[in-house]
Design a protein around this ligand. Structure first.
Ligand code: ADP
Ligand code: ZN
Ligand code: ZN
Length: 747
């Protein structure tokens, strides 16, 4: 009787042994197998055959083998094994990334083949001005239907009913009533495989003209490394926004295709990468597969099979696109490599940038890490000679960088409306008069960040997460930005019953209203997570800006990403400080990156732009370095600070969090774990803690943590695996251990 070890997609470190029917050949490693586990049926992954029969258990049999052909190439298998070891994660949870379907691992029968069709909502056929007047009146007493009706007109493209209902928080019944009134239509339509496929204004890359000498130098260096074959090479491509990095990616991908190879292009968030995707499509057409989170299982399966067959040798997507079945990746581009979106915040907690470098080492591939503001780790690796350095020092066409004016909010007494200084208002005035566009940036969403009692100081807090709740207008309510807890806005203080509640801080909605009040003729829109619910909205607002149908766009950091708008002459940073106050050792780096990125959005046309940066900390080195677009100054100072405090890149970190429903039990478990670690701490390892996490309670669980600092990465392997194996004994069954290696945040 043949036996086989199976990795299950469960938070358990061990493999499980199953019986294989005699007449069946052993599945290739990495193939999906259906097995029983407890009372559930799970999709697991074949690892290896074995002769060793575990004692004292009645072995269950493999019920089905889902992949007859090998799914993972040799190097992909080794990559998965490395990830499991390095990130201290169960192999089954890692292998799941290499398969397109299923996130739960539960078996779902009857997978649809081909392009799925789903219910879509469309505006009514007759939506002329007269019909609209009539409809507004008819729906006056049906606010939910009114919202849906308005959304269909505003979107003006078929939108999946499920998506629309989720975004507007209405039930499908609301759509049905609207259809019954003849005010909307529904139809079974093919799901658009890719929201970028139609309607996107395609940039003709050919029309950009010849590459500049700097672009040519960079492309040639990458081309030589590609031709070098077996030897892995990683490059840092450092260049300010608008310096032409994307063109270097496109040319390098062309070189890969010319050699019959495969390329993976990673972007931080595919939903914000429309312009980048458009440029790859313009050049490579449908040889590009775009992977994004909006794809259903069926769509994912069909996209992956196009990649596997070689029909689409170029893959663009967010971090998980790194595991698309290319077999061997000749080139991996990581655009905006410093972005935190490359880190997965659940097991396996991998950082796609680092995994890309490791993948290339296994396969002899080439990696290009592009950024205007490289992560300190990346820049340090380049300085140490581990990565090649390529740079694009100037903007295309010699356009100057925008001038940045710092406005000291502490001294600037006269503030016009919430958060707008005289200087910023005057700059807006000038911009609008000249017929130009402006972006106003604020790192916070919601109308106002929290409500506070002016008598006793009480603040509305999330009962699960111990962070302040954000006030949202529209449907007025308080919302937790971590666990999505929602509650009505109280009319009295929960502590002292005072009715004097005040709103504190400002948000994008408030800035939008202030600008609208001061400039009634301006066409204003807002882009943040609240307004971009349906997946098309980001692209739609972007197109409206491009077509000059808007004058001012107010938004969170979302408006700093992927925007290339020649009409934008002014960027206003309403508050540069919010992110600096974050309790995290990377807060300076994050703020610097954000400010440089935002400032880079001004003056991408033929004129130089203007940036107004409002702050209470005008002398802070992050603010002055960002204002002078000086990465080198920032890097020198920040590198010293990290060195002094023993933070990366001068050490390697692991954050180990114990969480559970009972606070004293969590605290005791964290102390037990810290004692255990301290008793056998190797030279070169330092333990910090245990301490309560900055986010002391999250989704109903209390959280304590320890931080391990290591002189060398191998030191962490031993300590962390020892913890993982002793999890039960150290933290108890009621609590959970989360290991985050190379953490990007310590909240
Ligand atoms: P980055 O990716 O560094 O932000 P882009 O590649 O987007 O820079 O280039 C900035 C702008 O310059 C884009 O509008 C792009 O179309 C244009 N551009 C890029 N390379 C060239 C070139 N060689 N000649 C003319 N225009 C170019
Ligand atoms: Zn009170
Ligand atoms: Zn919460």
């Amino acid at each position: 009787m043949a036996l086989i070890k199976v990795a299950l997609p469960l938070p358990l470190p061990q493999l499980f042994t199953y019986r294989l029917d005699d007449d069946r050949p052993a599945p290739a490693r990495g193939s999906r197998v259906v097995v029983g586990f407890g009372r559930r049926r799970l999709v697991g992954f074949a690892v290896e055959t074995t002769e060793v029969e575990p004692q004292g258990v009645r072995l269950k049999r493999v019920q089905r083998v889902l992949d007859e052909e090998p799914v993972l190439s040799d190097s992909e298998w080794r990559l998965a094994e490395w990830m499991a070891r390095y990130y201290v994660a169960p192999l089954g949870l890692v292998l799941r990334l290499f398969h397109p379907a299923g996130s739960t691992g539960e078996v779902e029968e009857g997978e649809p083949a081909g392009v799925p069709r789903r219910l879509h909502v469309l505006p009514a056929a007759d939506a002329g001005a007269e019909a609209r007047a009539a409809a507004e009146a008819a729906l006056a007493r049906a606010p939910q239907q009114l919202r849906v009706w308005r959304a269909t007109l505003e979107l003006d493209v078929p939108i999946e009913q499920a998506e629309l209902c989720e975004a507007l928080e209405v039930s499908p019944g609301v759509v049905r009533s609207l259809v019954a009134r003849g005010l909307a239509r529904v139809a079974e339509l093919e799901v658009a495989l890719d929201p970028y496929a139609g309607g996107e204004a395609l940039t003709d890359v050919g029309a950009e003209g010849d590459p500049t000498p700097e672009q040519r130098t960079a492309t040639e260096a990458i081309g030589e490394a590609l031709a070098g074959g077996e030897v892995a090479r990683t490059f840092l491509l450092q260049g300010i926004t608008g310096s032409g990095k994307t063109r270097v990616y496109v040319e390098s991908v062309a070189a890969v295709l010319g050699r019959g190879g495969r390329a993976i292009v990673l972007v931080p968030e595919i939903g914000l990468a429309a312009p980048t995707v458009a440029r790859f499509r313009a050049r490579f057409g449908n040889r590009v597969a775009v992977l994004h989170s909006g794809l259903s299982r069926g769509e994912r399966v069909s996209a992956w099979s196009r990649v596997r067959s070689g029909e689409a040798p170029v893959v663009i997507g967010a971090r998980s696109a790194l595991f698309a079945p290319v077999g061997r990746a000749d080139l991996i581009v990581v655009d905006e490599e410093h972005e935190t979106a490359y880190k997965q915040d659940e097991t396996p907690r991998y950082l796609a940038r680092d995994v890309a470098v490791f993948r290339a080492a296994l396969e002899g591939g080439v990696v290009v890490l592009g950024s205007a503001t490289p992560a300190l780790e990346t820049r340090a690796n380049a300085d140490a000679g581990k990565y090649g350095r390529l740079s694009l020092p100037a903007r295309i066409g010699g356009r100057p960088l925008p001038g940045v004016e710092i406005v000291d909010l502490a001294r600037e007494g006269a503030v016009v409306g919430p958060g707008l200084s005289d200087v910023l208002v005057a700059a807006l005035e000038e911009t609008l008069t000249a017929g130009d566009q402006a972006l106003l940036f604020l790192n916070r969403r919601g109308f106002s960040s929290f409500i506070q009692c002016t008598d006793c100081g009480w603040v509305g807090m999330c009962p699960n997460c111990r962070i302040s709740l954000t006030l949202h207008r529209g449907t007025p309510r308080l919302v937790c930005h971590y666990c999505d807890h929602r509650e009505a806005v109280p009319d009295a203080c929960a502590e002292c019953r005072s009715r004097r509640l005040d709103t504190r801080g400002i948000g994008t909605q408030q800035v939008e209203s202030a600008v609208a009040a001061r400039f009634p003729a301006a066409r204003i829109a807002r882009m943040d997570l609240d307004t971009t619910g349906p997946k098309w909205s980001h692209a739609r607002l972007y197109r409206a800006m491009q077509a000059r149908e808007l004058d001012v766009l107010v938004g969170t950091q979302m408006i700093a990403k992927g925007f290339d708008l020649p009409g934008v002459a002014l960027v206003g940073v309403v508050s540069a400080d919010t992110a600096l106050h974050f309790p995290d050792f990377r807060s300076s780096e994050r703020t610097f990156q954000l400010l440089v990125q935002v400032a880079g959005r001004a003056g991408r046309g033929d004129r130089s732009g203007r940036v107004v940066l409002q702050t209470y900390l005008p002398e802070h080195f992050v603010i002055t370095a960002a204002a002078s677009h000086d990465y080198e100054a920032f890097y020198r100072r920040e590198r010293q600070d990290r060195e002094a405090l023993r933070y990366p890149p001068s050490t390697r970190l692991a954050n180990v969090v114990v969480s559970g429903p009972d606070e004293s039990s969590v605290e005791a478990a964290a102390a037990r774990m810290a004692d255990h670690l301290r008793a056998r701490l190797a030279a070169g390892l330092t333990l910090v803690g245990p301490a309560i996490c900055p986010l002391e309670r999250l989704r109903g669980r209390w959280r304590h943590h320890v931080l391990l600092k290591a002189e060398a990465p191998q030191l962490l392997d031993r300590a962390l695996w020892d913890l993982a194996r002793r999890e039960d004994e150290l933290v108890g069954a009621a609590n959970r251990l989360e290991i985050d290696r190379d953490p990007l945040g310590l909240l």
